[in-house]
Ligand binder design. Structure first.
Ligand code: CTP
Length: 236
């Protein structure tokens, strides 16, 4: 299969020296890309700014902002059989980033924010028979919120993650998640390494792909080879 993975946070600039971001380390998404390659899949990783070494044999597209991540996903969506959106995309960005550093006295005017694009909602129209997996990082009502996002974003699977726990979620190497699928099944996994969680996710995707007709790889809308590399602000 051809698997497109996103990972890490996005950064939304306030001015040339400051940004809004979040605590995502990228470990879960990088683990998913690594598992995809280990299990024999062609893998492209769209990565926000992280301090990680990418897995071998994975093509990495480096992005910074939510807009750049959207552009990269749109470029590659036609190529993939499955999309795993593990990135923690910032929901808000400064309305008008300043070209010059803002002086502290000027900041008293406050920061005007506007919403970033919701990548999963935007690429939903190109889902066709691709498998879409999302993540829900929550601190309360974890299962309920994950089920809401699963339905609203038209996903096949959502990985529900209680990030208020010390041994699961941000920065650590372990995770405790629930795999909730569109057919109503909920698989509560015990505490395990992010690599093991990643393998469960890829195995789930593979189990679904077996249900597709044998010629699914050439299904309508899929392209057989990746499009030419894209360049996003020279950050590849
Ligand atoms: N996501 C996305 N585009 C965004 C925000 C999130 O594609 N702008 C994806 C994430 O990669 C994840 C899923 O949507 O797979 C859920 O993200 P999450 O941040 O948990 O949810 P939100 O849609 O931001 O909803 P809320 O703010 O209500 O938690």
């Amino acid at each position: 299969m051809k698997i497109l993975v996103t990972a890490g946070p996005t950064r939304e600039p306030i001015d040339p020296v400051r940004f809004i971001s979040n605590r995502s380390s990228g470990k879960m998404g990088y683990a998913v890309a690594g598992a995809a390659v280990r299990l024999g899949h062609e893998t492209v990783l769209v990565s926000g700014p992280v301090a990680l070494t990418p897995p071998e044999k994975v093509e990495v597209i480096s992005v910074v902002t939510a807009e750049e991540m959207l552009a990269a996903v749109q470029q590659r969506i036609g190529w993939c059989d499955a999309l795993v959106m593990a990135a923690a995309v910032c929901d808000w960005r400064p309305r008008s980033p300043c070209l010059q550093k803002i002086k502290k006295l000027e900041m008293s005017r406050g920061l005007q924010l506007k919403a970033t694009p919701d990548i999963l909602r935007i690429v939903r129209s190109r889902k066709e028979n691709r498998i879409f997996v999302g993540f829900a990082a929550e601190t309360r009502d974890v299962t309920k919120e994950a089920q809401r996002k699963l339905a609203e974003k038209g996903l096949d699977l959502i990985v529900a993650n209680d990030v208020s726990q010390k041994d699961a979620g941000f920065e650590v190497d372990t995770n405790r998640v629930k795999l909730i699928s569109a057919d109503g099944k909920c698989d509560s996994l015990p505490l395990m390494s992010k690599n093991e969680v990643a393998e469960r996710i890829i195995n789930w995707i593979m189990s679904k792909d077996k249900n597709c007709p044998p010629d699914a790889g050439s299904a309508k809308g899929r392209t057989s080879s990746p499009p030419a590399d894209i360049s996003i602000d020279g950050k590849r």
